[in-house]
Design a protein around this ligand. Structure first.
Ligand code: EPZ
Length: 425
């Protein structure tokens, strides 16, 4: 299991290129199952989760060519030769459930292992199943698998989600493109990754409107054709690296950064005393001297403050000149970074979905453990500011969602290195 060692106290100066979005790519790849013609994705991020999705699509009979070092993925699903997504792949990555809707829409049947929970929560998929049932699918849960059937194909219908779910919106949106008739999705997720998926599906010939709002309308078509689509930039990677100069001091240019994708987050960063400005190449973030100001944050579905940036924001607020309150409303167990930050000298009080952070003058480097993807990077951010050395263990969590983090931060003057220690567990 690799570790990453950071020596704190070095202000940053330089530029970081933002990669394509993991959470967009993980739904764009299964969209290839909707057509017998190839889908080519450009600006794809090079991450272990993308390799896992590649392995899954391969197991279904797809040809996935990874070109230009993984930045281009050419996916051919001329024929789906196997309609079962097995547990041993699905357990590695919950987004595997996103092959369910496309396979059902394309061939009228699919068997997908239930993904199971993860560190941040139970992560049920009931909304995915109910949404697809509203399109006429029959779901049979047995021995840990979803056996889905749609005799005669899916039919358009009304899908009214009781709560906002990104993945369930994506599964239903993809399935609806080939359903007979019109589908209306109410209380749909509004994340930019949904709009990016809709853009890709329209390029394949789908008829979709309203994406980005809470009501999406889809008019089913008989078939979709191939397309080439650029993966949208990763707003969570962007937000994460905006926090690097904020916590370490200095100034960083984020190439490809788009403020419109991180509006709520940027506003909170500015409230905390960080400068965010738009440049011809993206965003520039800087923090001169002066302490971070405390702010309160509540995570919400887009366009609210993203839950995927909560852990990283907490790292910054541990050094604020006052008390901040973070409310995590999306996942039931997403404060696992708090005890690790406390080991570095932070003062954090967690009660249920609320974390109260009392700012301290300084953090001290320590050996800490990554528990989930976003928690791991929040510990690295804290390490950039801490006195002395911080070693973050189990960074395979990190590699799921961040491409070459030590290279990107190292290029801006961070003293950071990866220590390779045997095979990942
Ligand atoms: C997506 O997960 C992202 N993952 C998550 O990013 C992100 O945190 C989340 O959306 C919220 O923005 C990918 O896109 C691959 P949800 P998803 O369905 O779709 C409950 C990261 O760090 N729910 O919007 O699984 C669920 O338990 C990851 O990159 C049900 O109850 O999230 C949660 O409380 C972490 N039933 C809430 O809804 C369901 O059927 C929102 O989950 C589905 C979800």
């Amino acid at each position: 299991m690799d570790s990453i060692r950071v020596e704190g106290g070095h202000p940053l100066k330089g530029e970081i290129a933002i990669s394509g979005a993991k959470n967009a790519c993980l739904t764009l790849m299964p969209a290839a199952l909707l057509s017998d013609e190839p889908l080519t994705l450009t600006n794809a991020p090079r991450l272990s989760d993308i390799r896992t999705m590649t392995e899954l699509l391969g197991s279904l009979g797809c040809e996935v060519a990874s070109l230009q070092g993984g930045k281009v993925l050419a996916i051919g699903a001329e024929k789906i030769s196997n309609h079962t997504a097995h547990y041993d792949i699905v357990r590695k990555m919950r987004a595997s459930i996103l092959v369910l809707g496309p396979m059902l829409a394309r061939d009228g049947h699919a068997v997908v292992s239930l993904p199971g929970g993860c560190a941040i929560g139970a992560r049920p998929v009931d909304l995915h199943l109910k949404g697809l049932e509203a399109l006429g699918a029959e779901m049979d849960l047995r021995d840990g698998y979803v056996h889905a059937r749609a005799e005669g194909g899916l039919k358009g219908g009304l899908v009214d989600f009781p709560l906002v779910s990104v993945g369930a919106t994506e599964n239903v949106l993809m399935a609806a493109t080939l359903a007979k008739g019109q589908t209306v999705i109410r209380n749909a997720a509004r994340e930019p990754e949904i709009v990016d998926l809709a853009d890709c599906l329209r390029a394949m010939g789908a008829k979709i409107s309203g994406d980005g709002t809470s009501e999406i309308t889809v008019d089913g078509v008989d078939r979709l054709h191939g397309a080439t689509h650029p993966v949208i930039i990763d707003r969570i990677e962007l937000g994460t690296y905006m926090l690097a100069p904020a916590i370490a001091g200095g100034e960083v240019d984020l190439i490809g950064g788009r403020r419109d994708l991180v509006e709520a987050f940027s506003a909170k960063l500015e409230d905390a005393g960080v400068e965010v400005s738009e440049t011809p190449r993206g965003l520039k973030v800087s923090r001169k001297n002066g302490r971070i100001k405390p702010v309160s944050v509540t995570t919400e579905p887009h366009p609210g403050f993203p839950t995927d940036l909560q852990a990283q924001m907490m790292a910054l607020l541990t050094l604020a000149d006052g008390t901040s309150v973070l409310e995590e409303t999306i996942f039931e167990n997403r404060f696992m970074h708090a005890p690790e930050l406390t080991r570095m000298g932070a003062s954090i009080d967690v009660h249920g979905g609320t974390a109260t952070v009392t700012g301290v003058e300084r953090l001290k480097g320590a050996q800490v453990m990554a528990t989930d993807l976003r928690a791991s990077v929040s510990l690295i951010l804290a390490g950039l500011a801490a006195e002395g050395e911080t070693t973050v263990g189990r960074v395979y969590h990190l590699d799921r969602g961040y491409e070459r983090v030590e290279e990107k931060l190292g290029a801006c003057g961070a003293k950071i290195e990866r220590i390779r220690e045997g095979a990942d567990d």
